[in-house]
Design a protein around this ligand. Structure first.
Ligand code: FES
Length: 195
């Protein structure tokens, strides 16, 4: 009888020890899961980005964007609203230092325009020329201005044709097709978002 009791007590001790061993593993497993999730997020934020291709513009009724004199300075920008058959798209035109796929070059100057609708969840993006703010607030270090979204801190590179370079957005910003008519820039087409 006493031997049976001793065995039961022994078994209970073994089970308690096994349980304690497993309880110690829980925080370790939770930490590993957290690290894995963090690594996956870091991969999405920095590397999982779609590269812009040659644009396939849908024509829109030509619309005045700005006089070239309004974009005389490098990295100067103007906002405008592009009306097309399916609604209105807030957009941004800017002068950049080099020719970029989907942009237009006039008299040795290079212009680009993008939709201002963030490809993550649709907040309005803006050109940000404050490199320190991009580095500190947006976690993106660069030596050129970039287009940034204040909602979840996505950053898009104008010189890479609007590619998302940081933050949760994966898709590039849709481009607006520009055309020079005299000394005025017109918007004549819009790249449809892929999703
Ligand atoms: S809506 Fe722009 S980053 Fe989320």
């Amino acid at each position: 009888m006493s031997a049976r009791v001793d065995k039961a007590v022994g078994d209970a001790k073994v089970e308690r020890r096994a349980l304690i061993t497993w309880l110690w593993r829980v925080p370790v497993l939770a930490t590993l899961a957290g690290l894995g999730w963090g690594a996956l997020e870091a991969y999405h934020v920095h590397f999982d980005k779609v590269r812009p291709e040659a644009p396939n513009f849908t024509p829109v009724t030509p619309q005045r964007v700005a006089a070239l004199t309004e974009l005389e300075q490098l990295w100067s920008a103007v906002s405008f609203t592009l009306a097309d058959g399916s609604g209105e798209t807030p957009a941004l035109a800017l002068q950049v230092p080099e020719a970029v796929m989907g942009g237009v070059s006039i008299d040795g100057r290079h212009y680009l325009a993008f939709s201002r609708v963030c490809t993550h969840l649709g907040c309005p993006v803006s050109l940000n020329s404050d490199l320190e703010t991009l580095a500190v607030a947006f976690n993106y270090r660069t030596d050129r201005p970039a287009i940034a979204c204040p909602c979840h801190l996505s950053v898009f590179s104008p010189l890479e044709a609007g590619r998302a370079v940081s933050g949760p957005a994966r898709e590039p910003l849709p481009r607006v097709q520009l055309e020079g008519r005299g000394d005025v820039l017109f918007a004549v087409g819009l790249e449809r978002p892929r999703s």
